[in-house]
Design a protein around this ligand. Structure first.
Ligand SMILES: *Cc1c(COP(=O)(O)O)cnc(C)c1O
Length: 410
């Protein structure tokens, strides 16, 4: 049982990942527990971006599409990212946003299961995931049916009518982690396809898509991958599906020969068929720095540390802040790298914490969410954050009026 701050210092001293904190440009006086929502800035990013802007764009101009590897960026980044999620280099590309990639792959999955109508997901899944599925339903009408079944009942709802199961591996609020191999197997036993949203997993957990036999996956570049606000997203299509899956967004970057300028669309024979328009090179450059940094570490070690930070946080917080209730699995193996608690005054409490330099976030209606990013979060940060939270709760400082003013982004 960690009883004093010095014990946390000892954990940091023994932590093989501790050195990576130096690689990030973190503001002083801040304990950042929101890297699961917007990852921190790697020190190398600013220099790399100015190089891309001034040299590659400014001097190289259009030549840089060929000479600076711009045109290959979606595949190059995809191949790098593949190593972080248990995929082959040829199975991942970086493009578009997570929302758009979900649209492309769910529509594509429908094309792989033309005789089935049902897309199965859970209520309370991340809003954009649900909204995209609803939009696809509005577009395709009777061709598909959207079925939402609670997590407890979902495994039994994977029947032979289901075309595609769409789940977020780690839930954005509760941090509940689906057993990826088990659910994927259930989907396959029913003849369905499995699509995983890895937004809260990639860069945090040791995901192994191919050992689970996953069919399709998407994920976010600006959370644990530290790619910068609005960074491009990634998508995975298992090799065995690449020839048959049809993207509904048949832009020229997905054409077999974009620069043949043919009138007729003909898809690329590989993962490139999932590309649509011209890649956002500046955003890609920032994401590549984050991915390169992540490639230096062993994802199993990252996962272990993230869960240890979460365990420590739960233990200290429950001992010192009894008015908060745990809203995440207590068991680390059932969790992702963030931990949520509930409190009816969750919003003003989080505002008071942020004012004191402890940055987490609030998710309506009553969730206080704390992300533990192993590359730059220390065990002492957990200790200190809990102390600040205790002070905010015990003093009632969060009741000050200004903390209840709700901003556009929570
Ligand atoms: C963060 C997140 C997204 C983000 O989608 P955008 O298109 O980048 O806005 C999507 N799904 C899940 C589960 C997420 O956590």
């Amino acid at each position: 049982m960690t009883a004093i701050r010095a014990d946390c210092e000892a954990l940091d001293a023994a932590d093989a990942l501790a050195l990576f904190r130096e690689r990030f440009d973190l503001p002083s006086g801040v304990i950042y527990l929101d890297g699961n929502s917007l990852g921190a800035l790697p020190k190398a990013t600013a220099l790399r971006l100015s190089e891309v802007v001034q040299q590659e764009w400014g001097r190289g101009l259009i030549r840089s599409w060929n000479t600076s590897g711009w045109i290959e960026a979606p595949q190059r980044l995809g191949a790098k990212l593949a190593g972080l999620i248990g995929a082959k280099p040829s199975e991942v590309v970086v493009a578009d946003s997570t929302s758009v990639n979900l649209f492309k792959l769910v529509a594509g999955a429908a094309s792989l299961r033309p005789e089935r109508r049902i897309i199965l997901t859970e209520p309370g899944n991340f809003p954009t995931d649900l909204y995209i599925l609803q939009g696809l339903k509005a577009l395709l009408g009777e061709r598909i049916e959207l079925r939402m079944v609670s997590a407890e009942e979902l495994p039994a709802a994977i029947t032979e009518e289901v075309a595609t199961v769409v789940l977020t591996h780690v839930h954005y609020k509760s941090s509940l982690r689906w057993p990826m191999a088990t659910i994927t197997r259930l989907a396959h036993d029913a003849g369905a396809l499995m699509l995983w949203d890895l937004s809260h997993s990639a860069g945090a957990l040791a995901v192994d898509l191919n050992s689970c036999g996953a069919d399709l996956a998407i994920g976010c570049g600006y959370k644990y991958l530290n790619g910068g606000p609005g960074a491009p997203s990634f998508l995975f299509v298992a090799e065995r599906h690449q020839a048959a899956i049809q993207s509904p967004l048949t832009g020229w970057m997905g054409h077999a020969k974009p620069f043949a300028f043919d009138d007729a669309y003909a898809p690329a024979p590989d993962i490139r068929a999932q590309l649509c328009g011209t890649p956002a090179i500046l955003a890609m450059a920032a994401l590549e720095v984050g991915v390169d940094l992540m490639m230096e570490v062993d994802m199993a070690a990252v996962e272990t540390k993230g869960l240890a930070l979460g365990d420590l946080f739960i233990r200290l917080l429950e001992a010192r802040c009894p008015t908060l209730s745990l809203a995440s699995p207590r068991e680390a193996a059932a969790r992702g790298s963030h931990v949520s608690f509930t409190h009816t005054d969750g919003y003003p409490i989080m505002q008071a914490l942020i004012e004191r330099g402890v940055i987490g976030d609030f998710r309506a209606p009553d969730i206080l969410r704390f992300g533990f990013t192993p590359l730059y979060t220390r065990f002492v940060d957990v200790w200190d954050a809990v102390e600040v939270l205790r002070e905010v709760l015990e003093s009632g400082a969060y009741r000050e009026k200004r903390h209840s003013r709700v901003a556009a982004v929570t």
